[in-house]
Structure formats: C-alpha cells, structure tokens
Design a protein around this ligand. Structure first.
Ligand code: CUA
Length: 157
C-alpha cells in the first residue's frame, strides 16, 4: 500500500503527540499518587438495609476526633438526612445506594463522589470549623433529584 510522504509524516506526528499526552497523564498520576477511583467494597442493593454498617446508618465516633458517617442514598433522600459532627474532626463517609446512581457532593469541601448501587463509596474530609454544609445529589436520579439534600452540621467542639 502506498502512503504519501506527507501523510506518513502526519501519522508519525499523531503517534508522537498521543504518546506525549499519554506519558504526561501517566506521569502526573504516578507523581501525585492519584489513581482511578475504586469502590471501597461491594454490597447487593437488596441487602443494604440488613447488612452492617448500613443496617444502622448515622454518625459514630471511631477514634479521638475521628468519626464515621454511614449513609444510604435512595430516591430521593439521604438516610439520615441530617448529621451532626464536632468541629476539628476527621470524618469518613461510607455511602451506598439502594436503587439508582446518585452523586455525593458537599460544596465548599473536597467531598465529591458517585454513589453506585452495588458499590460502597468511601470519602473522607477534615471539618475544622463549626458551620453548616449541605449534602447534595449531583447525579440526575429522577423526578425528585433536585430536592435530594441533607444537612451536615459541624458543631462547636
Ligand atoms: Cu439522587 Cu440525584
């Protein structure tokens, strides 16, 4: 097959540009220790309400200034829909969905994750000061999506 010299040149440049882009992506991921998000565990959606820790959602203290918040996402609410955590805490959220894909987003924090049925999502954050946050669903999950919110209340320690 005859390939024109200029066409061959364009193909070579394309391969080099792609190689540099992929190399930059891999380098930035390894240098910053980032990886594609993986589920913290798996759980059958129909078993969520009878399987620990999701059979008892809410806040628990797991260490000095360390808390775990277990939440269930369902159309169209978070269970529980209000949590209170003392300021100065490191908090790990464990979340799963019993129905469709929801999104876990707390504006003004780094909390931003997908909540996928069958998977356990784990995200953590430090809450340094007392203030109120709103947990939003940021993945369209049906007709009640826009009102799927919860209060994250950080209280004076
Ligand atoms: Cu849940 Cu949108």
């Amino acid at each position: 097959m005859h390939v024109d010299k200029r066409e061959k040149r364009v193909m070579q440049i394309t391969v080099v540009v792609l190689g540099v882009a992929i190399g930059a992506l891999v380098l930035s991921m390894t240098a910053s220790h980032k990886s594609l998000p993986e589920p913290a565990g798996r759980i059958r959606p129909e078993d969520v309400r009878v399987t620990a820790p999701f059979d008892n959602p809410g806040v628990r203290q797991v260490g000095e200034n360390e808390y775990e918040v277990v939440m269930i996402a369902q159309a169209w609410e978070w269970v529980p829909n209000r949590v209170e955590i003392p300021a100065g805490s490191h908090v790990t959220f464990k979340v799963t969905s019993v129905d469709v894909i929801h999104g876990f987003r707390v504006p003004d924090t780094d909390l931003n994750a997908m909540v996928i049925p069958g998977q356990i999502t784990e995200v953590d954050v430090d809450f340094d000061e007392a203030r109120d946050f709103t947990l939003l669903c940021h993945e369209y999950c049906g007709i009640g999506h826009h009102r799927m919110g919860a209060d994250i209340v950080i209280v004076e320690n």
